[in-house]
Design a protein around this ligand. Structure first.
Ligand code: SAH
Length: 222
């Protein structure tokens, strides 16, 4: 990837953090520092390089999108990561959010349904020398039972329901964040597993994600 002359990703990121995140109430210093560190432009398609730090989602190929920075920040803020957590991410996509999770948590397991996207994400994460992640291709609605339980589970695709397999793989004290709704509009839903295994569910802000396609999500078309 060749960068245009005078392209300055550092200052583009500083603007993104100030204008799209801090100005809208994202305040957690660790979170803002992670957004300042992760080179979002490395995760977008070459033709979108000059739009990488804009206030919008971008296509990443195969009909999928990398979310708007503010949306990613809202989801990550809801997870309240301290650095000690084992995290399961469903919907690796470009790998951008995976990199942020690696800045904020101890260990990340990430699942992507589409092999082409998974291969690109792995290549970028490896080139950026991230090591504490394991990526696999598969149906994330079923989770990753061999590696469970997880302190946090983050689903970055919209689902008609909360997949029971993911709730089962959440540790006590754990949080699952998932957009739940119909195909065009969802609500960011937080599922908490309390000590003793009791589960609570709260619905938050409206959001728009691509479909979570799998056994406990949307059924594949055709
Ligand atoms: N977090 C990503 C955004 C990904 S968009 C980023 O930062 O770029 C949502 C992704 O979820 C898509 O790549 C899509 O292929 C994937 N996806 C949809 N259903 C899935 C499933 N059941 N398991 C794993 N990945 C899935």
């Amino acid at each position: 990837m060749t960068l245009p002359e005078r392209y300055d990703p550092e200052s583009a990121r500083r603007r993104m953090v100030a204008e799209h995140l801090r100005a809208r109430g994202i305040a957690e210093p660790r979170l803002l520092a992670a957004f300042q560190r992760v080179p979002r432009h490395r995760f977008v398609l070459p033709e979108d390089l000059d739009r990488a730090y804009g206030d919008h989602p971008l296509g990443i190929g195969e009909g999928q999108t990398i979310s708007q920075p503010y949306m990613v920040a809202t989801m990550l803020e809801a997870l309240a990561l301290t650095g000690a957590e084992r995290v399961l991410e469903i919907g690796t996509g470009s790998g951008y959010q995976t990199a942020l999770l690696l800045e904020l948590a101890r260990e990340v397991y990430t699942i992507e349904r589409l092999p082409g996207l998974a291969a690109c994400a792995r290549a970028v994460l490896d080139r950026l020398e991230y090591t504490r992640y394991t990526l696999r291709v598969g149906d994330g609605t079923l989770g990753w039972p061999e590696a469970a339980p997880f302190d946090r589970i983050l689903v970055s695709a919209g689902s008609p329901r909360v997949p029971p397999s993911l709730v089962a793989q959440l540790a006590e004290g754990g949080v699952l964040a998932i957009p739940v709704g119909d195909a065009s509009l969802q609500e960011l839903t937080l599922v908490r597993k309390l000590a003793g295994g009791r589960v609570t569910e709260t619905r938050g802000c409206a959001c728009m994600f691509v479909r979570l396609v799998g056994a406990e999500g949307w059924h594949a078309e055709g």
